[in-house]
Design a protein around this ligand. Sequence first.
Ligand code: NAP
Ligand code: BGC
Ligand code: ZN
Length: 357
Amino acid sequence: MKAIIVRDGAGKPELVEQPKPEPDAGEALVRTLRVGVDGTDHEVIAGSHGGSPADDDSLVLGHEAVGVVEEANGTDLNEGDVVVPTVRRPPNGSNPYFERDEPDMAPDGQYHERGIVGAHGFMAEYFTSPASALVRLSPELAEYGFLVEPISITEKAVEHADASRSAFEWNPESALVLGNGSLGLLTLAMFEQRFERTYCLGRRDRPDPTIDIIESLGSTYINSTDTPVPDIPDTYEAPDFIYEATGYAKHPFEAVEALAPNGVVAALGVPSDWTFELDGGRFHRELVLHNKAIVGSVNSNVRQFEAAVETLGSLSEPFLESLVTGVYDLDEFEAAFENDDRTIKNAIQFSRHEERR
Ligand code: NAP
Ligand code: BGC
Ligand code: ZN
């Protein structure tokens, strides 16, 4: 079968031939339909995040997959089920985080992430997975099923941010998403259903397709070149909820100051090291005197994948069509990794849903 890998240090993906995997007990064999590409894949390819399995010098890419069960192999799945795999797997057998279905809370060393760190991913014509790490979705959602994983990231972050505000009556009305990449735009679409007013920050001038999407969602675009985060309260309003999806390391700190009293920042970006000056006293005081919270969040669990399946079903077709800027067949896989201003969300198509092999 064909697979897309990155060799250590190569800095670019490669299409290779590999043996088709065989499922172990408790695992199903899945025929891959589509696999999405996100900012993390670019970081993995560049070598700034993640890494190959310990006994290998290359990594099969891909962590945002949707596929069809080809061999249920005695699990409670059925052949033909459309499924999405979760990302984390235990490195040696199991550990308490996986046993209590909270692999997303496991610290370094207690997880591998398929397609990111320590375990091969899903960019192959077939993959195997424990049935317990496969979440079913209705066949009508198969086309956009590769968006379940990134949506689940926001399901988790919002759950944790809300939990931090659950000890008092919190009635948020406005939300600001920092970042107009695929994660930021998906989150903005989710927020449209919850908040009365939403804003999304980018750094691009018009015309730009992401600004069109932001405005078609009824949201306000903020260009950080004209209005940096600290100026947002005076120019627009102080938001109750700020979701950081830029990976720009100053943003979480600036966001805490820009928040309305009693608000919360969810930080999602995974930046490289960067030392900069910060008024720590002001930051500390702002958190304390205005009851603010900042919550970091990574990965997601089966329950959040299930919530993401529901959410995917609620997103409008025009929004999904404008978000997904390219779905490429294997013979043009390189195009899926291009990252120009017209690219929002790309995916690679390994097979078609209707196909039977
Ligand atoms: P992405 O496509 O690279 O999106 C980041 C966006 O932020 C880009 O559109 C970029 O604008 C914009 N941006 C960066 N710096 C900015 C600034 N100073 N002002 C305004 N806009 C700025 O990445 P993504 O896939 O959406 O993911 C977003 C971040 O979340 C990444 O850091 C990724 O690693 C992280 N992530 C974390 C998790 C998790 O579990 N915590 C899951 C998925 C992703 P331009 O395009 O114009 O450069
Ligand atoms: C993935 C998460 C993963 C995170 C950190 C994200 O792009 O969607 O599943 O935990 O990167 O590696
Ligand atoms: Zn991701």
